[in-house]
Write a protein that binds this ligand. Structure first.
Ligand SMILES: C[S@@+](CC[C@H](N)C(=O)[O-])C[C@H]1O[C@@H](n2cnc3c(N)ncnc32)[C@H](O)[C@@H]1O
Ligand code: SF4
Ligand code: SF4
Length: 374
């Protein structure tokens, strides 16, 4: 009963937040000059783009080209947030736990009263001490969510993650976090989830992740449809926005239809939902997709629609201090090493691209998780 009430309250909070974002976007649209709110509502911080794995589908595909040398220091990150009245931060990578000073970064954020909404991790670098620190943040409501990536049963997961030990280590990390939460009397339901990507490798079996979650004791599975783009979509976006090649960063597929059939995806989605119902596990798909949406997502070409609120709400600060326009358009909007976020956020570059996005999504947006249906 209590859980139902909590879920309802959370749903209401999310709807209020969505409604506020829609109102903001409408106001921005009405102004017509691409300016947003004075500060972003949410900052996505990539403390690093380095990673200990090299997964086949990763859109941060060339993780090996990033080095520690370019990364913002703990002090530089803290200075950025000292000037920025933001209350919500997401941490993504790369693999954030590859940074030895990640807990200093997190400590500084929470000391400023910032809530870390979510940390997405492959979980392989956790140990009991780190799990305890994460559980402590969660207990103190300084960290809301921990998301572990699992793409299949052990053999499949390890093949996708290109590591014979990945599954074992991730499951160990999950168990350590759940144990640490239990020791603190914290119910994991609201805080821990597994995320999984639909890929050409696991398309016929991705529903099995629900069974993995059941075994691990994780109550939610969030599936992401594959983020990728065809060469033609990348070129069309570059031409439309006048961007150089390196600024569109995603996983490139020459022939998606030849690799993933939407019928197979829909079949597995139904099995995953049934498995979820059987095990009492919540199963979500992002972006939520009806059969027509799934067909459009996995087609090589054809019409698509939707809205992206991300660059109106969310500022992405990369490991080296560059502020990017969004998840896939790595165009540099500014640099926090030399400018304030406020200056960058409503600067000329951001405004120009926002104006373009208000007209219609870019071709590159087609399979991005940030594109909401409708
Ligand atoms: C880039 S990773 C960074 C966090 C961490 N290294 C991890 O694997 O969880 C963030 C999430 O994106 C997912 N991901 C990677 N490539 C993707 C793609 N092409 N489409 C959709 N999601 C993808 C990963 O599985 C992971 O859940
Ligand atoms: S998905 Fe995560 S673990 Fe895999 S290569 Fe990308 S950043 Fe690394
Ligand atoms: S939907 Fe488009 S604009 Fe929005 S984050 Fe994705 S690529 Fe960027």
């Amino acid at each position: 009963m209590l859980t139902i009430a909590r879920n309802a309250a959370r749903g209401l909070r999310n709807r209020i937040r969505d409604a506020r974002t829609v109102r903001q976007v409408e106001a921005i649209r009405a102004r017509g000059d691409g300016t947003s709110t004075p500060f972003p509502n949410l900052v996505t911080l990539e403390p690093t783009r380095r990673c200990n794995l090299h997964c086949v589908m990763c859109y941060t595909s060339e993780v090996e080209r990033y080095t520690r040398m370019d990364e913002l220091s703990v002090e530089e990150i803290d200075r950025v947030f000292s000037e920025l009245p933001v209350k919500r931060v997401n941490l993504v990578g790369g693999e954030v736990f590859i940074r030895k000073d990640i807990f200093q970064i997190m400590d500084n954020l929470v000391r400023r009263g910032i809530v870390i909404e979510n940390v997405t991790t492959n979980g392989t670098l956790l140990d009991e001490e780190k799990a305890a620190r994460l559980a402590e943040y969660i207990k103190r409501k300084q960290l809301s969510g921990l998301t572990f990536s699992i793409d299949g049963e052990e053999e499949m997961h390890n093949a996708i993650r290109k590591s014979p030990k990945a599954f074992e280590l991730t499951m160990r990390g999950i168990a350590q976090v759940l144990e640490a939460l239990k020791a603190r009397g914290v119910e994991p339901r609201k805080h821990v989830k597994i995320t999984s990507v639909v890929t050409p490798d696991n398309v016929a079996v991705f529903s099995k992740v629900v069974g993995v979650a059941a075994r691990a004791g994780v109550p939610t599975v969030q599936y992401n449809h594959l983020i990728c783009a065809t060469e033609a979509e990348i070129q069309a976006t570059e031409m439309m926005l006048g961007l150089p090649r390196a600024e569109v960063d995603t996983w490139i597929v020459p022939d998606l239809e030849g690799k993933i059939r939407s019928e197979d995806v829909l079949k597995e989605m139904a099995v995953a939902e049934a498995e979820g119902a059987k095990h009492g596990i919540r199963v979500h798909f992002r972006p939520a997709k009806d059969p027509a949406g799934v067909k459009a997502h996995y087609a090589n070409q054809g019409p698509f629609g939707g809205t992206c609120w991300s660059p109106f709400d969310n500022c992405r600060i990369t490991f080296s201090g560059k502020v990017n326009y969004c998840l896939l358009l790595r165009s540099e909007m500014g640099d926090v090493r030399t400018q304030s976020v406020a200056e960058i956020w409503n600067g000329e570059k951001f405004r120009r691209l926002r104006k373009e996005l208000l007209a219609a999504p870019y071709p590159i947006c087609r399979r991005c998780c940030k594109l909401s249906p409708g």
